[in-house]
Design a protein around this ligand. Structure first.
Ligand code: BEZ
Ligand code: FE
Length: 291
């Protein structure tokens, strides 16, 4: 008899479980089989005690219980463990010049259509915040302008709150749907976003504290783009110089998504005082592009 018979028994157990995975759907069989294989490898490697395993199960139960119609604690968990970014990574490959994608996060909501150049900050942040113009061009990866691209934009205010978290903001504040014209350009007026903490009052916050992690996301603006004949893109524009760019709690930062917010007096934007300007061109991938 060996000193530690567990590994052989563990191997047999895994083989038995994998042998029990059937059903009609071959993709589901692969996914469940892969998950079981990795979970068993985790147990083999970490050898959790029964108390530790029950604690993990309790954590997952509480994560489910924290979910409501407007809060998904499981997505937050996936975001905080970098799994959402990993899924994003494997699903959005393409030509090197394309604008990279980034996670959607939990704060997307229907946005009001607005004219190009609109002010999207209509709450108290408009008085307090730093006036900012975001502008750029939507093109394909060969530089051809994309007309009729719909940009769905959402951001937190100068204190790091989205409209849905802040009784001082009305629904639709700091959100917009903008449609590009023939030259593919877009622009809007807003206030500079601020870095903010992800929600920490649930089990995920508990986990972050227990493993010594901060909950901060670097300042950003979310942009989701749909244009006929092009792959849809969900991405972020990050503010250069933000102290959390190197330690985003959601692991969503990519260098190509960071833009300078530079002081400007450019008269083209009709601002009535000094402001910050951020230029962010967006390169979409054409539908059917094999890369
Ligand atoms: C966000 O940017 O809105 C976000 C992304 C991931 C987790 C929490 C918030
Ligand atoms: Fe966000």
């Amino acid at each position: 008899m060996t000193a530690d018979p567990a590994p052989d028994r563990l191997g047999e157990l895994l083989t038995q479980v994998l042998g029990s995975v059937g059903g009609e759907d071959p993709r589901l069989r692969d996914l469940v089989g892969g998950l079981v294989t990795h979970l068993h490898a985790f147990v083999r490697e970490q050898r959790p005690t029964e108390a530790e395993w029950l604690r993990a199960v309790d954590f997952l139960v509480r994560t489910g219980q924290a979910c409501t119609d407007t809060r998904n604690e499981f997505i937050l968990l996936s975001d905080m463990l970098g799994v959402t970014s990993a899924v994003d990574e494997v699903n959005h490959t393409g030509p090197p010049m394309m604008t990279p994608s980034s996670v959607e996060g939990p704060f997307h909501a229907p946005a009001p259509p607005r004219p190009m150049g609109a002010w999207i900050a209509e709450g108290p942040e408009r008085r307090r915040g730093e006036p900012t113009v975001v502008h750029g061009r939507v093109t394909d990866c060969d530089g051809v302008p994309v007309a009729g691209a719909v940009l769905d934009i959402w951001q937190a205010n100068d204190t790091g709150l989205y409209d849905s978290q802040d009784p001082e903001q009305h629904d639709g504040n700091l959100r917009a749907l903008l449609t590009t014209g023939d030259d593919g350009t877009y622009w809007f007026r807003t206030v500079k976003p601020s870095s903010y903490p992800v929600p920490t009052d649930g089990p995920v916050g508990e986990l972050l504290r227990a493993i010594g992690r901060h909950p901060m996301r670097p300042a950003h603006i979310h942009i989701k783009i749909h244009a006929a004949g092009h792959r849809p893109l969900t991405t972020h524009l990050f503010v250069a110089g933000d102290p959390y760019l190197g330690s985003d709690a959601a692991f969503a930062v990519k260098d190509a998504l960071i833009a300078d917010f530079r002081p400007s007096t450019d008269p083209r934007f009709g601002m009535d005082g000094p402001f910050l300007a951020a230029e962010f061109d967006i390169r979409l991938v054409k539908e059917g592009d094999p890369r």
